[in-house]
Design a protein around this ligand. Structure first.
Ligand code: SF4
Ligand code: SF4
Length: 96
């Protein structure tokens, strides 16, 4: 399933989506993110029947992703995002 973490406001929609069917809980996204946005949970809060660990966005970052991610998304260019690059499973996507 697609787990969406984030919010929308007058300036746009700021969601990080984790495809939990692709995520294998490897944890590579955790050290890759300078904002510390990712956590790996032993139990999926959205799917109690899942047996593997799964990545999610921590509570503290969910309401400020636009600002947390600004360090990876300078206005003048769009370099590869560290979290997306780190995830070999291709489970991470951003809405903006
Ligand atoms: S790097 Fe990708 S596969 Fe690994 S825990 Fe993070 S989201 Fe899941
Ligand atoms: S864009 Fe940067 S700050 Fe935002 S989640 Fe990815 S690695 Fe972390």
């Amino acid at each position: 399933m697609l787990a969406n973490y984030g919010y929308k406001d007058g300036s746009g929609e700021f969601f990080i989506t984790i495809d939990t069917d692709r995520c294998n809980g490897c944890g590579d996204c955790v050290p890759a993110c300078p904002a510390g946005a990712f956590e790996v949970a032993e139990e999926d809060p959205n799917d109690p029947l899942r047996e593997e660990p799964v990545a999610l966005i921590g509570e503290a970052q969910r309401k400020k992703l636009k600002y947390a991610c600004a360090q990876c998304k300078p206005a003048s260019s769009r370099p590869p995002l560290p979290c997306v690059e780190a995830c070999k499973a291709g489970a991470i996507a951003h809405s903006w």
